[in-house]
Design a protein around this ligand. Structure first.
Ligand code: GLO
Length: 534
């Protein structure tokens, strides 16, 4: 049975940085509403909205203090309902970010839970000190120990992210019921589904130091499906950092009644030292990238479903990362788009990707907002790393790269706000912005628009089998095939010219990033050249 989300193209909005409507320097819901016609023009059919719930913003909304209220800076519940309705009028569904591995320490549950006698105590994970110190060696994803001493009770609580993000105790059935009730509150509002933040962590066994893919994880997801979204025609996408194809299948095999698909990051970690952390850089090996992407295409070929993405609010900008954000910015951004969007799965576009927004460079701690980068900076400085090296890691991999305000125009602050933006606008906005992209028929925007249109109009893009072809190391060459129809995709993932031979029978260029309408036999691909041929 086919599902709407298999044919969807999802656009991720990081609300804080998308569009400010009231001049306070922070994006908001009315800002998103104003920009719906733009998203409709691009052609996307779903929005993944990063968290908009009440939050003290230690981790920009991923620390939620009330799941059923809207963050004051973003607007009100009435604005949220208006957004859902107005998006629906344009055939766009709103997929909410579901952050239920942890809450904010300012959530009423945790405020209560600090009292050892409270019925809420067991909503979180508390342990006694061991030999006067932390219970064990689990580390927070945001540096340091994952255990924080609560002075009042003398016990430690677990926080796999910041100290202000205590982990919920999923083993407690009352917690699970409360979460399901909250999910139904949102489903009743007519949302299009959930993107589930670090969902692979909810089955953790902290005493055994088992964090992801814990033993009860799939039971919880099946229960969640029965109690909530299984009763609605919605999509669910689980964030699962280290999932293997077999695990992804367990999550997304329709017969298991769990999730629609997962976000796995095997391709997105290839430029880090595998034995170390994301900050420990190494150059990308294109052959390896190709092997990983092809493996996932093939492994979830007929059962299960892939998410296709280069970017999100946690990753650096792809054109700066693996393209070329100088001379070949436009060509490489288009190549990356064609390569990804012609694969099988549901594509995700992160705000600004469609106009080729780039990383930004900082030169001091004062310019950094992201708690992950700030904590790492302090930790590594204390460990004796040179500041220049720390900044190089942050400029290459830090999350603020993707979080600078959306560049709408060449006006002051890129048209994002009339006030002072919460995070500085990338200084390249006079050149790279939506207004300029819309005015240029050759812009990256129109390549994305065309790719979305092809997906809507040609079943082969959604359903066609994926067949890899032999090619030089830095060339991606694959086929999509549906019944009698066959399309080829070739993409030069380098600045050097590359030779490929197009098999007989394929001549018409459906889409490319250089002016070219026909090809025959052996051809030389130009820097970052990509084509779809039939
Ligand atoms: C990735 C999330 C990230 C959040 C974290 C805590 O891992 O998308 O942005 O900071 O999950 O909620």
């Amino acid at each position: 049975m086919t599902k709407w989300w298999q044919q969807a193209v999802v656009y991720q909005i990081y609300p804080r940085s998308f569009q400010d409507s009231d001049g306070d320097g922070i994006g908001d819901l009315q800002g998103i509403i104003q920009r719906l016609p733009y998203l409709h023009k691009l052609g996307i059919t779903a929005i993944w909205l990063s968290p908009v719930y009440a939050s003290p913003n230690d981790d920009n909304g991923y620390d939620i203090s009330d799941y059923q209220a809207i963050m004051t800076e973003f607007g009100t519940m009435v604005d949220m309902e208006e957004l859902i309705a107005k998006a629906k009028d344009l055939d766009i569904r709103i997929v909410m970010d579901l952050v239920v591995n942890h809450t904010s320490d300012e959530h009423a549950w945790f405020v209560e839970a600090r009292n050892p006698k409270s019925p809420y105590r067991d909503y979180y994970i508390w342990r006694d000190p061991v030999a006067g110190d932390v219970p064990n060696g689990i580390r927070s994803n945001f540096s340091g120990s994952a255990w924080q001493l609560d002075e009042g009770s003398g016990q430690y609580y677990l926080h796999l992210f910041s100290q202000k993000q205590p982990d919920l105790n999923w083993e407690n059935p009352t917690v699970r019921a409360a979460i399901y009730q909250m999910m139904n509150f949102w489903l009743e509002k007519g949302i299009g589904g959930f993107r589930m933040d670090v969902i692979d962590l909810i089955g953790k066994q902290p005493d055994q130091e088992i964090l992801s893919n814990g033993p009860k994880l799939h039971d919880y997801l099946q229960e969640m499906q029965r109690e909530t979204f299984g009763n609605y025609d919605v999509m669910t996408v689980g964030e699962t950092w280290g999932a293997t194809p077999a695990e992804a299948m367990a999550y997304s095999d329709p017969e298991r009644n769990e999730l629609s698909m997962v976000f796995q990051f095997e391709h997105a970690v290839l430029d880090q030292d595998p034995a170390k952390e994301k900050w420990d850089l190494r150059p990308l090996n294109v052959g390896e990238l190709k092997a990983v992407l092809y493996k996932w295409q093939t492994a979830l070929g007929t059962k299960g479903w892939n998410s296709l993405f280069w970017n999100n609010h946690d990753l650096p900008r792809i054109v700066s990362r693996w393209g070329n954000d100088g001379k070949y910015r436009v060509a490489s951004a288009k190549m990356l788009a064609i390569l990804l969007h012609m694969m099988k799965g549901t594509p995700y576009i992160y705000q600004g990707e469609e106009i080729g927004m780039t990383n930004r460079t900082v030169t001091s701690l004062a310019e950094i907002d992201d708690i992950e980068s700030r904590n790492m900076y302090q930790e590594r400085l204390a460990e004796g790393y040179a500041e220049a090296e720390i900044l190089r890691s942050i400029n290459t991999k830090g999350r603020d790269n993707a979080r600078t305000p959306m560049q709408w125009s060449a006006e002051a602050q890129a048209g994002f706000t009339t006030g002072t933006p919460w995070l500085a606008v990338n200084p390249n906005y006079p050149e790279i912005n939506v207004a300029a992209a819309l005015a240029d028929p050759d812009s990256i925007f129109y390549t994305y628009q065309k790719l979305i249109q092809l997906r809507k109009e040609h079943a082969i893009v959604v359903w066609g089998d994926f067949i890899p072809h032999e090619a030089p190391e830095k060339v991606f060459f694959y086929e999509r095939r549906l019944a009698e129809e066959s399309w080829l995709v070739v993409a030069n993932f380098s600045e050097e010219p590359q030779m490929v031979t197009i098999p007989a029978g394929y001549t018409e260029v459906i889409l490319g990033n250089y002016p070219q309408t026909a090809v025959v036999g052996q051809i030389t691909l130009r820097p970052f050249e990509a084509m779809v041929i039939k």
